[in-house]
Design a protein around this ligand. Sequence first.
Ligand code: ADP
Ligand code: MG
Length: 314
Amino acid sequence: MAEFSIIRQYFQSLTSQSLTSPHTQDVGIGDDCAVTSLPQDMQLVSCVDTLVAGRHFPLDTSAHAIGWKSVAVNLSDLAAMGAEAHSILLALSLPKIEDAWLAEFSRGVADCCKKYNVQLIGGDTTQSPTLTISITALGWIQTGQAILRSGAQVGDLIVVSGEIGSAAYALRHPKSTLQTTLDYPQPQLALGQSLVGFASSMIDISDGLAQDLGHILSASQVGAEIQLEQIPIANELAQLSIDQRFADVLAGGDDYQLCFTISPDHFQRWQAQSAQRAMTPVTIIGQIQQDMACHYFYQNQKFTPKESGYQHFA
Ligand code: ADP
Ligand code: MG
């Protein structure tokens, strides 16, 4: 099967999925570029993330999960800015054409797109020795409202969504009850958007909480105190030794939860206004401080983490 029939058979229909988005796609798959009208007073928010087989997911991951996760990790970056997701472009490099694999992969892409009301508007299909999926995600946000890493202020609360460390646990325990947290991350788009105008800084947790929070701290030129016992974890992690538990929580990665900072006053107001909305629960885990270091405490005792998070070139 040639490149064009792959596009036609597996991807073309994803542009025209019936979506509730008020923004129409002017030109989708089939021309040299997609053409999109930007809503008034909005800035384009864009990112790209590449997943390499054996490096970013185990080789035995199902094609459906690979499709889902490739989309989800990109939407998670949009969520971390507070942006509204609009569309994706998919660059697919395949060692060989396998119909069963492509059918499942494209179903995974479609399922994630559908859940988050996003359309596939273009891409590229090539042959390569290693299965590689590179997705560009596009979204938008009211001009000047994007939540950056650099806005944390001394005294702000440090807050995370969901449970942390589950994906790292699942990676070490194949086929455990936490497998779906690793294979099917849930980008926190609704939560991210709700925090616009409230949070002072935000990041998504892809490389481990310690490292990703560290990016906020250095961009904002502040430090932090974290109470480790406050960090929400799955029951499976509570059974682990303290060292292993906090290795998964702090250095694990692949959680795709949000970590944000917010003043106590804004946090109260945000809670009051978002109480009715169904969103992933959030938990305060610490506070921003002046001293430019990150101090961890476990039950009031100082705790020094042993690992530092995912290294892309390790
Ligand atoms: P070009 O030669 O101009 O790069 P292509 O022949 O690669 O165009 O692609 C034809 C059309 O199909 C384009 O609209 C492109 O965006 C789309 N496309 C190609 N591969 C994919 C894919 N894997 N997923 C979605 N759209 C794709
Ligand atoms: Mg062209």
